[in-house]
Design a protein around this ligand. Sequence first.
Ligand code: RAM
Length: 338
Amino acid sequence: MRNKSILIVLILALMTTMAFAAGQKEAATSQDLKIVLLVKSLGNGFFEAVADGGVEAAKELGNVESIYMGPSSATAEGQIEIIETLIAQKVDGIAISANDPDALVPVCKKAMKAGIRVISFDSNVSAGGREVALAPSDSKLIGTQQVRLIGELIDFKGQIAVLSATAQATNQNEWIGFMYEAMKDPAYKDMEIVEVVYGDDAADKSYREAVGLFEKYPDLKGIISPTTVGILSASKAIEDEGKKGKVQITGLGLPSEMQHYIENGTCGQMALWNPVDLGYSATYILARLISGDVAGKAGDKIDAGKMGTIVIGEGGNSIMGEPFVFNKDNIADFASIF
Ligand code: RAM
């Protein structure tokens, strides 16, 4: 019921957006604010949905050109190179999902010094390297929820492993930290995290890492993969290796990519937020900062269109909303949206 109402709100919001966009100019002009969504890597469906949100916000705002960029693999070096180019091109704003919290700070500082407004979203840059850090949800809530989801799937007993994105990813590392915290709860006393492995948000490496876990831990009961790339590859590996029903999988997955595995029971349940909303919110925040509507200080309230008001917290930290849980009953409703 709750998920049905969320869906209705989403559909209504999308319809309103489309009606509104119809009256706006479509083509970018040279006066438009150039706002770049710089993602961890290209070829990731999650970030393609983020890009759709950026375009949606740009159409509503009317004076924004939304530009989608990212390196071919998820490295800080690749992102640094792109930011150097963006400084030379004098874009107006960059929203980055960072491959490393610290390595990007110097180049982000350089961009800000050059007059570019910089925020991070999804996977954040350390304070000093951005003005606002937009998280999709509370990291503790995400980490704790992931442990509960796998616990429910394995009857709260046995070995589990984590298949993450890159070893330096700010967001996954924070969530994994909270997974270890959550594991101290007596409810999980019969469960153990045996290892964290890294698939680098690359489908082939994630797949190989999942197979490696099956070989190394014959008694493995479950995998948490808090990355949309990892959960998809691990689900495929579970089926290919005849592990369906023996190794459970949960994590953060895109309904559009995971529908098959949810519906056939390989993945009993998983969570995620709406990545379209994330790109939309990041674009609104930057547009408001650039146009001087808000300064970007703690307590500032940002009018973020259909997302309502986003409040900037201490240290620039802001949160978008709560993750949804997807299962057999609701996956089809969401698969067509993101
Ligand atoms: C992958 C990326 C992204 C993360 C999602 C859940 O697409 O690692 O940063 O937020 O998974």
